[in-house]
Design a protein around this ligand. Sequence first.
Ligand code: NAI
Length: 398
Amino acid sequence: MIVAPKIRGFICTTAHPMGCAANVMEQIEYVKKQPHVSGPKKVLIIGASTGYGLASRITATFGSGADTIGVSFEKPADEKRTASAGWYNTAAFESVAHAHSYYAKSINGDAFSDLIKEQTIDLIKKDWQGKVDLVIYSLASPRRIHPRTGQVFNSTLKPIGDTYINKTVDVMNGIVHEVSIPPASTEDIEQTIQVMGGEDLQYWVDALLNEGLLANGAKVIAYSYIGPEITYPVYRAGTIGAAKEDLEKVTRDLNTRLQKIQGNAYISVNKALVTQASSAIPVVPLYISLLYKIMKREGNHEGCIEQMYRLFHDRLYSPSLSLDNEHRIRLDDWELSEKIQQEIKTTWMTITTENLAIETDIAGYREEFQRLFGFGLSGVDYSADVNVAVPIPSIDNV
Ligand code: NAI
């Protein structure tokens, strides 16, 4: 099959196997060039196939030499369709990890379900003599089927209280226009908390603790976002922010519970980056385009892999881990610096369709969005016929 990008709104319905592999390879090469991190040895990553979870898995393996089990929810290829990008990323990651003699196995299915938790626990018991010393929770999902009640919850991206009006951009055609998002209902807020809040993380940690699978001193980390004032109504003060606050509270409670094994649970507040999850949020892609422009010029722009390496090297496994007053690691420190945010505020007012390409890094945004699906990587021949039925070595359902 000759694979070209098919972009519909904020998703691309195709993915390129060689391009995704090249993308994974670039991240591995980045980590291999950095100093070794005396970090974890057995790592479970929930949400391991794309974005921050994939970068965390790559850092754990190639930065610390860790064995990893990655859980994600991706689609294999069929006669008509390519696999999803996360499928190809996982296949490529495992192949390279195995070639370097690292243990890496993956579980594909709904992480919210009891079944996938049981499968993961069985695999840990069967394959790992040692216990898990780091659990990374990096799920981003629009939906959750509750494992105990079967109820289906859908998350929304809405403000709470008032209608939110701001400018946004249609990334592919570059049209800047106003968006008006009506406030969430109480039901919307509750449903979003059910999907993206902390209950599922708690279920994971409960299951691991009950089976005695967390090592003494184990760490649990989940990812959150705060962001600038511009996006506050739709992000931090909106439905997704309510879910993140719930996740943060659950994590603080877990931190207390983990004391009995000398363990810790942390939140890392990460930088806004182009991922499949963030491209679905109104206003955020325009903010990210402007942020990239400024941070690239300032020389402190980071992608997922740079952020995750900094998390391991400078924070989680550094003797001088500093937390904010809500027990959070702040990797959004450079994004939220006074200088960068001041410039964003001033420029934001002036952005129009006409000056978008000059005032923001919309070109960089588009490029990175396509790269998420394996398009636009150097060294990949996009005119060549490729086999899209790529197996993930540890999974045989291709
Ligand atoms: P992503 O969309 O790139 O990755 C989501 C991962 O979750 C994928 O591995 C996917 O397979 C997995 N997943 C989704 N539903 C699943 C299910 N039911 N069962 C198993 N796996 C499932 O997302 P991204 O952006 O890397 O987000 C990860 C975390 O980082 C989220 O908590 C997000 O809020 C947070 N974050 C993201 C930021 C951004 O700008 N992208 C900024 C700060 C935090």
